[in-house]
Design a binder for this molecule. Structure first.
Ligand code: KIV
Ligand code: ZN
Length: 546
């Protein structure tokens, strides 16, 4: 592992500064239905680094080879943020984290063990003394392998404060310099949590170089409030995710915590390194790649966060913005008016817009996206941010080298006995055609695709939305498919919503096959259909090669 480059103050932060610890790629990715691949995680990590995120928790290396690879890839590339890997207090976990983090400029191993009576008795089946011993051993080992160690007491908010103080003192003595207080199940209330954190911080004291941290979950919708209460009590690292993405009710939304500390500087008196102008683009990127939609009324990054509908409000804002706005859209990287690029826009403006939206693509991909953008402008004159993101997600990010079924065309026949759809896909240059009937066009199209691609996944989610509020908006479809324990999301965009729906389904099928290949899972082929893979590739048996 390389030595840490940053000086002690940069690592721990001065008293007057809050550090942000992003766990979108670890805790956030644990959200139901979310499954990000290495490329997608790298794209998000790059944007987090660009916005000066202090710490990026890249994954849990011992959890799976995929997680290990993601942490390693991010550790190799990201140099300006600390890259962190999670580990239980077990030797195997800690060694896996150290190995995955080995290429990092600024690595941190994040060791955790539960300290609440319910977790110790029923989950760990350990006595408090055993937990204490394991916390010490875990931190000592991690500290022997990494220059920086964070220790988390899982379910801290439901732990006995006196025991927690002992555990934290032990972890600090063993070499942990970040002591994290998680509200793992989102149980705490803000005032209570403030007092709890204060009691812990005062009880443990101030071992040299130690920074206290908070990690709040949102089961009662209080994660941000609890994080802010903890900051008021003296913690100086806030953990959370972009858009609050995470298991159950999610994690603390970092964009909200950051903007609350910035907007109420009068109360907090604290600074941070985060470039808040990158919050909106990174929120869009995470939403797009994870498939988790940001509600329009979501604070800070929702589509309506800066929209004024009521006449009185509009009048007030025009007279003096601060009458109804406590933050400026520009300060979170959002634009109050919809930015539109049109057929006369050049490649340079297009690339600028892509970068603003968080996509740093190689030249060849920019060129490919620009060509699609121009084709779209021929169809509909101009393109909004939503349209551009849809092109990127549909045509660039969804490209997978393996198992690449490509959509070619479809035709639809609507008759009294139902709707029949004929779909043409290609695989390795071979065209595959099949037809099926259904109650409606999408059902018929999906039945035809299943006949071609040979897998029969369950459709868990299907959504179609316009990329803007104009009548010529692109339709953007998102589907989630599940089969044999694998979930895969797909996106598709087109001015024709049937085409968008087909593209999304085919994209998800490609991802299903890719994930199955990585995880070495044989996808079940329905009875009556021959073997699914022909020299490692799915083949469209039952489909007529044209
Ligand atoms: O919620 C939690 O307690 C966690 C820990 C691993 C920090 O995610
Ligand atoms: Zn958590």
């Amino acid at each position: 592992m390389k030595p840490q480059k940053r000086d002690a103050e940069a690592a721990t932060g001065p008293e007057g500064r809050v550090q942000f610890f992003d766990t979108t790629l670890r805790d956030g990715e644990q959200a139901a239905g979310v499954n990000l691949n290495v490329d997608e995680k790298l794209q998000i990590a790059r944007q987090l680094a660009k916005m000066n995120m202090d710490v990026i928790e890249a994954g849990f290396p011992a959890a799976s080879p995929g997680d290990f690879n993601c942490v390693q890839a991010i550790a190799r590339e990201i140099q300006t943020s600390t890259v962190c890997g999670l580990a239980r207090t077990l030797e195997g976990d800690i060694r896996a984290a150290a190995q995955a983090l080995a290429p990092a400029e600024n690595p941190r191993i994040h060791v955790f063990i539960a300290t609440s009576p319910i977790h110790m008795e029923f989950k760990l089946k350990m006595t408090p003394e055993e937990v204490l011993g394991q916390a010490r051993a875990g931190v000592l080992l991690a500290r022997s392998l990494a220059p920086e160690v964070e220790f988390s007491a899982e379910d801290a908010s439901r732990s006995d404060p006196e025991f927690l103080i002992r555990v934290f003192r032990t972890a600090a003595e063993a070499g942990a310099t970040i002591l994290n207080i998680p509200d793992t199940v989102g149980y705490a209330l803000p005032e209570e949590f403030h007092d709890f954190c204060k009691r812990i911080i005062e009880g443990v004291g101030a071992p040299p170089g130690v920074v206290y941290s908070v990690h709040a979950h949102n089961d009662l919708g209080l994660a941000v409030a609890n994080s802010l209460a903890a900051v008021r009590a003296g913690v100086r690292q806030v953990e959370g995710t972009i858009n609050g993405m995470g298991e159950r009710g999610g994690n603390s939304a970092l964009e909200e915590v950051a903007m609350a500390i910035r907007t109420r500087r009068d109360l907090f008196g604290l600074d941070f390194r985060l470039d808040t102008r990158r919050l909106y683009p990174v929120s869009r990127l995470v939403s797009r790649l994870s498939g988790v939609v940001v509600p329009p009324n979501k604070a800070v990054v929702g589509a309506n966060a800066f929209a004024h509908e009521a006449g009185i409000h509009q009048h007030g804002v025009l007279a003096k913005r601060e009458t109804y706005e406590i933050m400026r859209a520009e300060d979170v990287g959002s634009t109050p008016a919809v930015m539109v690029l049109g057929k006369h826009s050049g490649r340079h403006a297009f690339r600028d817009r892509l970068e603003h939206l968080g996509y740093n693509l190689p030249d060849a991909e920019v060129t490919r996206a620009f060509e699609s953008f121009k084709r779209l402008c021929d169809e509909k004159k101009d393109a909004t941010d939503g349209d551009i993101e849809a092109i990127i997600s549909d045509e660039i990010l969804s490209v997978q080298p393996e198992y690449r079924y490509e959509f070619r065309s479809y035709s639809m026949h609507v008759g009294s006995e139902g709707t029949t759809c004929t779909v043409v896909l290609s695989l390795d240059g071979r065209e595959l055609t099949d037809a099926a009937t259904g109650h409606g066009p999408v059902e018929a199209a999906y039945a035809a695709i299943k006949r071609i691609v040979r897998v029969h996944p369950r459709l868990e989610n299907f959504r179609i939305a316009a990329t803007s509020e104009r009548s010529n908006a692109l339709g953007e479809a998102q589907v989630t498919l599940a089969q044999d324990g694998i979930r895969a999301q797909g996106h598709g965009a087109s001015t024709d919503i049937i085409k968008a729906s087909i593209r999304a389904y085919v994209n998800a099928v490609n991802r299903l096959y890719s994930t199955a290949a990585v995880r070495k899972v044989n996808l079940t082929v329905p009875a009556g259909v021959g073997p699914a893979l022909d020299r490692g590739r799915p083949e469209g048996e039952g489909a007529a090669a044209r």
